[in-house]
Design a protein around this ligand. Sequence first.
Ligand code: SAM
Ligand code: SF4
Length: 335
Amino acid sequence: MNAPLIDPFARAITYLRVSVTDRCDFRCVYCMSENMTFLPKKELLTLEELDRLCSSFVDLGVRKLRITGGEPLVRKGIMTFFEAMSRHLDAGTLKELTLTTNGSQLERFAKPLFDAGVRRVNVSLDTLDEGKFADVTRWGRLPQVLRGIDAAQAAGLRVKLNAVALKGFNEDELPTITEWCAERDMDLTWIEVMPMGDLGNEDRLDQYWSLKDVRARYAEHYTVSDLAERTGGPARYVRLEETGQKIGFITPLSHNFCESCNRVRITCTGEIFMCLGQEDAADLRAPLRAHPTDDAPLQEAIRAAIARKPKGHDFDYSRQRADGQMPRHMSHTGG
Ligand code: SAM
Ligand code: SF4
């Protein structure tokens, strides 16, 4: 049995988020520019390399694996990877295999995902208005996503909706989105917009809608009770007593919950980022490719990276300038 991954601040790393592609069939305004240049295929980890990498982390004590992107379900052959990961679920070493998706391919993949052992899925959806959806995703079509959500629920997957809180965009939809989720027995999490990618085209400070305000809006309509639930990430939860719904708030910027951080992220090129808000990264692709049949050097590189995990992040909106702005896109690091 390998010693678990413990960082220098005594935090156990049990949660891994892996981006399996930088590509996407949408071009959400806060995430990508319209004309994206994607990485050449040889830069990406192959499905076999992803398997070796994730399996090494499971060996080292990771218990929850979230697959993201880009859009994970546009990666060719991705179901092979999910199916391969189910062996760790069967063995009981992995407790949860899940993904974050824009929902566009769920109609096709919901059932195979369930069969591979996925039980919950996060679907990102910021608006229920078809025109606004087309505007914010640039290339997306709402009915396709709604069919995907239906298919996911029909397949037995528990769906959580993730909505990016955007001032002047979906503020007015807070009650409708909330009720829509309640009717479908889906939890809902609001995400604060982060200064990722190019701030040139879209000014994210203008779009910034503080989740403190979102919570206050709920309190106007509902009895809001704080929940003690913690997931080791920057999310906090409340219950709306009238509907029994759980509402989450992901505030990576205006709050700092780094002391309980249990996670690291891996990009589709095999770079490990120890903190979403810091630039320090380590290359895991080199040890993977240099030692195709021996995982020991890879595990050593993983341990060395975890030993560099910083205490906290550097984001800061409070100074009203781009301090702490991250040059990389969410689609690269994985949201
Ligand atoms: N394509 C999938 C999706 O949209 O769910 C997975 C990848 S996407 C990068 C993961 C999450 O990051 C989505 O919920 C998306 O809304 C969120 N996201 C992207 N850019 C963001 C930003 N600048 N600020 C906050 N959240 C962002
Ligand atoms: Fe694609 Fe997700 Fe980024 Fe939207 S948020 S462009 S769906 S990766």
